[in-house]
Design a protein around this ligand. Sequence first.
Ligand code: HEM
Length: 165
Amino acid sequence: MFRSLDAFCTRLSETALSQAIQTTEWVIPAIQTVHIVAVAVVITSILMVDLRLIGFGRQSIASVAHRYLPPVWLALPVLLVTGVTLIIAEPSRALQNWVFFLKMALLLLAAGITLLCKIPLRRDAGYWDAPGSRRRLARLVGLLSLPLWVAILFAGRWIAYVQSH
Ligand code: HEM
């Protein structure tokens, strides 16, 4: 399995697309720039929603989610496309690096939590604002989600410092 992943990375790095990205100096910095701008959109938007879930601010949770979650769903496909392009450029750097898979697992978890938070608001806009156990759960979700997204940021940077095999 590991040997075939090795072969896959080598084959991918030899494709015309990978070669074109690798040999055109400005392409990787340009893709990284777009990736980082999309990261900024996701993190600032999530920060607004999570701080509101934790208890800061006065607007209803539904209105904060309604304003700040659409940019997250727009930026995630941009991150996917730019991330995949970076992988095509240098496949083994991510695909043979456990930190990359940690980042993807954390991302699935964090995006899943964000999505789950949004679902009850479709039926009842006041769902998370009701005092009592729901409000406490909302606070817990915010306290869990925020460090998860920060861990994704950290893992994104960490990939570069962990040797791929
Ligand atoms: C949607 C799927 C995503 C994929 C496939 C992906 C893939 C990648 C890849 C391949 C790199 C380059 C790592 C390296 O070679 O050093 C990278 C960098 C990075 N990613 Fe992602 N990523 C995704 C989403 C995200 C998200 C959601 C965040 C944070 C909210 C994020 C944050 C970062 C950061 C901070 C870097 C380092 C940028 C730099 O220093 O140039 N990524 N990502």
